[in-house]
Design a protein. Structure first.
Length: 229
């Protein structure tokens, strides 16, 4: 069997387009654009003259506006200049008045200084009185707190004395031999001793119970051994 012939004939696109003929265009062509209606030179001159006339009217309107604006500016300047002159005159008058008043104020300043110093001294006295009241209140509060602390300490000491009576083993203290702090230390030491003794007794009881239990186990083992034989 031979191979299939897949060759295709070559077609020139330009020759194909020529054979088809001219294409029918839907829009205007270049010839239509070149043959468009155009104005003559006279018509162009008339249009230019009309434009110049319009620009002259605008120029006249702008000149009138500028003149009015210039007049308004001149009026405003006159007002400002008159205001500056009046303000300068007022300043000069104030300076003269200050100079005159300075002469009279020198005598009155001494009296005003004395009055201000007296008012300052009164203010200082008031402040000192307030401080003293605050200090008194603080001292009163501190004294009350110290009294309450002493009362609580006395109650604690009384409670320790009662506990002291509860233990018959303690001996009575002499009035000049021990102080209150020594007495409290002795009570604490005795409490520790009593607690240690209790712990020891509990430990001995536990040991005895453990020994009894071990002996019972040994007896049971000895009794069970001959039965099995």
């Amino acid at each position: 069997m031979g191979k299939r012939d897949n060759r295709v004939a070559y077609m020139n696109p330009i020759a194909m387009a020529r054979s088809r003929g001219p294409i029918q265009s839907s829009g205007p062509t270049i010839q239509d654009y070149l043959n468009r209606p155009r104005p003559t030179w006279e018509e162009v001159k008339e249009q230019l003259e009309k434009k110049k006339k319009g620009s002259k009217a605008l120029a006249e309107f702008e000149e009138k506006m500028n003149e009015n604006w210039k007049k308004e500016l001149e009026k405003h300047r006159e007002k400002l200049l008159s205001g500056n002159e009046s303000s300068s005159k007022k300043r000069q008058r104030k300076k003269k008045e200050k100079k005159k008043s300075g002469r009279y104020s020198s005598s009155s300043s001494s009296s005003s200084d004395s009055s201000s110093s007296s008012s300052d001294s009164e203010d200082e006295d008031k402040k000192q009185a307030k401080r003293r009241k605050k200090k008194k209140n603080r001292s009163h509060k501190s004294s009350e707190s110290s009294i309450s602390e002493t009362e609580s300490d006395s109650k604690d000491i009384k409670g320790l004395g009662k506990k002291r009576k509860m233990y018959p083993e303690d001996k009575p203290l002499s009035s000049g031999s021990l102080s209150e702090s020594d007495y409290a230390e002795e009570v604490r030491a005795k409490k520790k001793k009593s607690s240690e003794e209790r712990e020891r007794t509990e430990k001995t009881k536990k040991k005895k119970k453990h020994k009894k239990h071990s002996k019972k186990k040994k007896k049971k083992a000895a009794s069970s051994s001959p039965d099995s034989s």
